[in-house]
Write a protein that binds this ligand. Structure first.
Ligand code: N2P
Length: 380
């Protein structure tokens, strides 16, 4: 009873807000707007250009409640619990894959996605490995998991006078304990994400990053325990500012977040120079994608939001700001040369061929990984 009343009240407030925003929105609207109300979006932190959300509301009249996370695990916990309240979420493909199987999402209504023709077939094809037929999701951004570093500190640590670009593009820097030890004092962070870190350790050991063998996972954990003393923190979003400010000098992190740190450091005009490297031995390439939970309350607005993000100029604005590659081919002519031609953002064919992808793990393997990961983080 009480719940019903509450919903009615909310509805009433909604309609009021709507009638106000509709008046404001109409003059500027260039596309027919069938969706209204509020869209609840749950996206990664530092993952949208700051003016985009406001511009969407201004044009469509749809309000956006925008929350952020920095781990697939956080998103998944909410989705599995049900009634997350979210209309649009952005799981990484290997999480998306098992979430589709768990029946969490609804099929996209492609008739409501007028901008679907802008997608990059190459990326859609790769995504189809996780979402056969691209029925449930559309790619937003993709990137790699590699090494971010402070250029001057890396020079000191590696005792080289010239360029450190080549030397830093190597997992040896992270996984050889004597190497990482040289970065300990200036500060090392790592993603709090076993799917990013453990898979890199497996790759470094010459094992299959997708291995579900207990023995392989334990070998990766043993290696992690050797470098563990040199890691200051496992965290998946703090490193952006920490790297930009000079508070840390090395991170095992995500391409675009490191590139954003690089930009912030440059804008601050201090003496911090940040760079990102894709290790030559092979790094992970991942895909983050829009999907709509089955129990989304505003399905029309969810489609309107996704469709807006698929506009070439919006996708380009996001990639220009975030330095993440996107899944939108039509946006490429609008992307700054500095971003589009940056091989650490849009890798060349040779690098692409060296990248690996991962897929969803079975429950048992996931439990093993979680147990090992806790041991690694606590260092015991
Ligand atoms: C955004 C990080 C998203 C990359 N800050 C992880 N898939």
């Amino acid at each position: 009873m009480i719940a019903t009343i509450r919903i009615d009240l909310k509805q009433a407030l909604f309609s009021f807000a709507l009638s106000v925003s509709a008046v404001v929105a109409l003059p500027g609207a260039s596309s027919p707007v069938s969706a209204q109300g509020t869209v609840n979006v749950y996206n990664w932190s530092d993952y949208v250009e700051p003016t985009v959300i406001e511009a969407f509301t201004k044009e469509t009249g749809i309000k956006v409640k925008y929350d952020t996370f920095d781990a697939n695990e956080t998103l998944e916990t909410k989705l599995l619990a049900g009634r997350s309240g979210y209309d649009v979420v952005t799981p990484t493909a290997y999480f998306l894959e098992r979430q589709i199987k768990a029946g969490i999402f609804q099929k996209l209504d492609k008739s409501r996605l007028k901008n679907l023709g802008n997608v990059w077939p190459e990326i859609a094809k790769r995504l189809a490995a996780y979402d056969p037929g691209n029925e449930f999701a559309v790619n937003y951004m993709w990137g790699t998991t590699g090494i971010g570093y402070n250029v001057a500190r890396a020079r000191e640590a590696l005792k080289v006078g010239g360029s450190v670009t080549d030397a830093m593009a190597n997992w040896d820097v992270v996984f050889k304990p004597e190497n990482l030890a040289r970065f300990k004092d200036c500060g090392v962070h790592m993603l709090d994400s076993p799917d990013d870190v453990m898979t890199a350790a497996l790759k470094y050991l010459g094992l299959n990053p997708n291995s579900q063998a207990q023995g392989d996972l334990e070998k990766a954990a043993d290696l992690m325990m050797k470098i563990r003393p040199h890691v200051r923190k496992f965290h998946s979003s703090e490193y952006l500012n920490a790297l930009a400010s000079g508070e840390i000098c090395l991170v095992l992190g995500w391409s675009g977040d490191v590139k954003q740190a690089q930009k912030r450091a440059a804008e601050a005009r201090g003496n911090v120079e940040v760079a990102y490297a894709i290790p030559k031995g092979g790094a992970q390439m991942w895909f983050d994608n829009f999907a709509i939970p089955k129990d989304a309350r505003n399905v029309a607005a969810a489609h309107a939001f996704i469709d807006y993000m698929l506009r070439p100029e919006v996708a380009a604005k996001n990639s220009n700001f975030l330095s993440y590659a996107n899944g939108n081919l039509a946006s490429q002519k609008l992307i700054d040369k500095a971003v589009l031609e940056d091989k650490t953002v849009y890798p060349d064919a040779a690098t692409m061929a060296s990248l690996y992808t991962i897929s969803a793990r079975d429950q048992r393997t996931q439990r093993t990984i979680n147990r090992l990961w806790t041991r690694i983080k606590t260092g015991r």
